[in-house]
Write a protein that binds this ligand. Structure first.
Ligand code: ZN
Ligand code: ZN
Length: 291
């Protein structure tokens, strides 16, 4: 809302509060990091909460003047590409989409008021983590099926079991979050993470083919876990303190553990294979001699 909107609201409560007091309080809140100042090109600033509020972009309706928030990993990655290639240090980026909101187009009130972006953020962060776990579970189940090496199969089975356990934990957390707001499931998407939407392991699972070398399968797993760990860590670190941030960082840690396990397994398999090769090499002259 604008400072004047806030003055009008406060006047309902208390006639004695002056305009100057409201303005001063807002300035103080901005300085303290509780409120953020946004410019929608209307010739006046608007203010929004910023404590535990994730960074975001805006959709602004020209008919009802309401603004809505969203975040997109693709837009962020694009901005980073451009700034890095131009050697530019970016401090702030603003994306504003002007138009007509769904309610103004259809005349149907959605009655979605009173929801905090933080709750939407936590919901979407959990959805992304759940999609990643699901694709990870599929990946490891499939890898366990096609692996010939007994030890490799055990590792993949262990990881599939872990993914299953994490998945059920995340799903419980998701259900608990829904208790905070009965309409939470149907509220609009806040986080748009196109690349991660289908789960970061989906492409890796497609690469797993029957009769594949165990080392290759481990390598694909390593690549997926590394990508997933980096993704969740990178975004988790950039978000403001919130449940969504916590979900991303916890998940990044779990993925790092999986990554470590796979790397150890890859090394051990490589070692066993080179030992076997050495054994065959030393065994060969003996066999020849005896033959
Ligand atoms: Zn509107
Ligand atoms: Zn905003």
């Amino acid at each position: 809302m604008s400072a004047d909107d806030l003055v009008d609201l406060i006047k309902h409560e208390d006639q004695k509060v002056s305009r100057a007091t409201v303005y001063r309080a807002l300035q103080w809140m901005v300085k303290a990091g509780i409120a953020g100042k946004v410019d929608f090109g209307e010739g006046r600033f608007r203010f929004e909460p910023s404590y535990r509020h994730p960074r975001h972009f805006h959709l602004i309706c020209k008919s009802c003047n309401r603004s809505d928030e969203f975040m997109s990993s693709d837009i962020e990655a694009f901005i980073e590409d451009v700034t890095v290639s131009r050697g530019f240090v970016s401090r702030q980026s603003v994306v504003q989409i002007y138009g007509i909101c769904e309610e103004c187009q259809t005349g149907k009130q959605k009655a979605f008021g009173g929801i905090t972006t933080e709750l939407l953020f936590a919901r979407d962060a959990l959805r992304i983590a759940i999609a990643t776990e699901r694709s990870g579970l599929e990946f490891y189940t499939r890898a366990a099926k096609i692996t010939r090496d007994t030890r490799g199969r055990k590792v993949f089975k262990k990881l599939a079991g872990e993914e299953k356990e994490h998945l059920s934990k995340l799903e419980t957390r998701y259900k608990e979050l829904l208790l905070q707001d009965p309409k939470l499931e149907s509220r609009p998407t806040f986080l748009f993470f196109k690349g991660a939407a289908n789960g970061l392991f989906a492409a890796g699972a497609d690469e797993l083919t029957e009769g594949m070398d165990d080392k290759q399968a481990l390598m694909i797993g390593i690549r997926c876990e590394r990508g997933s760990h980096r993704f969740f860590k990178r975004y988790g670190e950039r978000f403001e303190d919130s449940e969504g941030k916590q979900i991303f960082l916890e998940f990044a840690d779990e993925e790092r553990e999986h990554l470590g396990l796979l790397i150890r397994e890859y090394r051990s398999l490589a070692q066993r294979q080179s030992k076997a090769v050495a054994r065959r090499r030393t065994a060969q002259p003996v066999r020849r001699a005896s033959a």
